[in-house]
Design a protein around this ligand. Structure first.
Ligand code: NAD
Length: 474
């Protein structure tokens, strides 16, 4: 293990001490950034390698934390959190030397002789606020972007996943350059104290309500924000869909992390004639994946806490339970549940479900399904199962969502070339792959003129010749 620890900011003190230390911490980081410490490509690459070492060598610590917080299996923890970030790091290390090169663009004739180019400048000191559902991935993947662009960063993991937050607070100081990368643990008071400070970018992942709090605080300093929010992601199963594959992929995407995934299919829209067959296939998949008693399955997660458990249990009263429905507060368990006969006014359709409950609604045709989606806030993800390219295209053309995945669920997030982000109430801005580097960079436009030739055309006094040239050149 390599350490670069200098004056480690530990969160071991009281809440008051943590809050009191925040202005100085941010001030120190601003100074460090101003001195240019995080700018060189060599620093960025080194920090990316250090982050990878943290994930590889800290694997067991991180997996234990994920299991304690969310009952997350090692397989899921590696696939959806640790390896996810490692892939982002590998891709970034490979391409960063190319991304940081100035981008040449054409200079118009009027600016000749001259050259134009775009420089990617780091933004400065950035704040990354994470949620609890993928508590490692959702702070470290943005950190890859922040580091790659040459920024200093403060990470504020979610206090709702305390083991993961503590694991990060322990590991980050051991691996990362502590003058430039810090963890501040805590909940609302600590985050509120951070938000009082001036940052150069705030990258927030969480719910709509807190997203507004963040944006209001950012407005004070005109700090740009990326908001990675949530919402109800619909899943259309068209009449010509391969029902068996659709069922398997929907069940997988929905019950991954016990449904606590921002892009989990929130509800399904299917033709009435297909509904029962789809539900039967889904029931079979649930049995295959998690056995007849999913509570015993090491591959099925827990609800994050009792408050969310109680919230989800209230949603079980909507419609008819087609399968599942069992729950136990002690174990924070809710069985993979499918609800049918659900109406649009039922509580389960009134909020983002964010748990292992899947309502199946029926629509008579594609128009009705599209109208249903368009009558609601724009979702983070939209899923369409259909064999027809025309149907797929029609859904893409007539709806608006952060992203679309055709004949699968969730997997579009794992394509690093696809920017990941929401639209409307599901968020603003995007990241992953090069998009992360761009999000944390300022595109500085530069025009460089030669002094060898300086025609007097643009300088007053303006005569007829100048006016004629004006129409042609400018
Ligand atoms: P949340 O908004 O409650 O909390 C997110 C973060 O904000 C936490 O770090 C928390 O400490 C902080 N926070 C909470 N209240 C605050 C306040 N009043 N002032 C300042 N900071 C505050 O979100 P959550 O419950 O952790 O996560 C669930 C939500 O996140 C869902 O809506 C989900 O869809 C969304 N989400 C989105 C993505 C995405 O990539 N778009 C990923 C995961 C989760």
């Amino acid at each position: 293990m390599t350490t670069t620890t200098e004056d480690t900011f530990t969160d071991a003190g009281t809440q008051e001490e943590t809050i009191a230390a925040i202005p100085e911490l941010v001030g120190q980081m601003r100074q460090t950034f101003a001195q240019g410490r995080s700018k060189p490509l060599s620093w960025r690459l080194n920090q990316l390698r250090q982050l990878k070492a943290l994930l590889l060598e800290g694997e067991s610590t991180l997996l234990k934390a994920l299991a304690a917080d969310l009952g997350k299996s090692d397989f899921e923890g590696i696939m959806t959190e640790l390896n996810f970030v490692i892939s982002e790091i590998d891709l970034t290390i490979k391409h960063l030397p190319g991304w940081v090169k100035p981008e040449k663009v054409a200079a118009p004739l009027a600016q000749q002789p001259g050259t134009a180019r775009i420089h990617r400048d780091p933004l400065g000191v950035v704040l990354i606020i994470g949620p609890w559902n993928y508590p490692i991935q959702l702070v470290l993947a943005p950190l890859v972007g922040a580091i790659s662009a040459g920024n200093c960063a403060i990470i504020k993991p979610s206090e709702v996943a305390p083991h993961s937050s503590a694991a990060l607070a322990t590991l980050i100081p051991q691996y990362m350059d502590n003058q430039c990368v810090r963890v501040v643990e805590g909940g609302v008071p600590e985050t509120s104290a951070l938000l009082k400070e001036r940052f150069d970018h705030i990258f927030f992942t969480g719910g709509e309500v807190v997203g507004k709090v963040v944006m209001r605080a950012a407005a004070e300093y005109l700090t740009p924000v990326t908001l990675e929010l949530g919402g109800k992601s619909p899943c259309i199963v068209a009449k010509d869909a391969d029902l068996q594959t659709a069922a398997r992929r929907i069940v997988w995407g929905k019950f991954l992390n016990a449904g606590q995934t921002c892009i989990a299919p929130d509800y399904v829209l299917v033709h009435p004639s297909q509904r029962d067959a789809l539900v039967a296939h889904m029931r079979q998949c649930i049995d295959q994946f998690y056995g007849t008693d999913p509570r015993q399955s090491p591959d099925f997660g827990q609800i994050i806490n009792k408050r969310h458990h109680q919230r989800l249990c209230r949603l079980l009263d909507s419609g008819t339970v087609a399968t599942g429905g069992q729950h136990n507060e002690e174990d924070r368990y809710i069985a993979p549940t499918i609800l049918t006969d659900v109406s649009a006014d039922d509580p389960v359709m009134g909020e983002e479900i964010f748990g292992p409950i899947l309502p199946i609604l029926t629509t008579q045709n594609l128009d009705e399904a599209i109208d249903f989606i368009n009558a609601r806030p724009r979702p983070l993800a939209l899923y369409i199962f259909s064999q027809s390219k025309d149907t797929q295209q029609e859904v893409i053309d007539r709806t608006s969502s952060g992203g679309v995945c055709i004949n699968d669920t969730v997997m579009h997030i794992s394509v690093p070339e696809l920017p990941f982000g929401g639209v409307g109430t599901s968020g603003m801005g995007a990241y992953h792959g090069k998009a992360s580097f761009e999000t944390f960079s300022h595109r500085k436009s530069i025009l460089s003129r030669s002094t060898r030739f300086d025609p007097s055309l643009r300088y007053p006094p303006y005569g007829d010749l100048e006016r004629k040239v004006l129409k042609k050149l400018f």
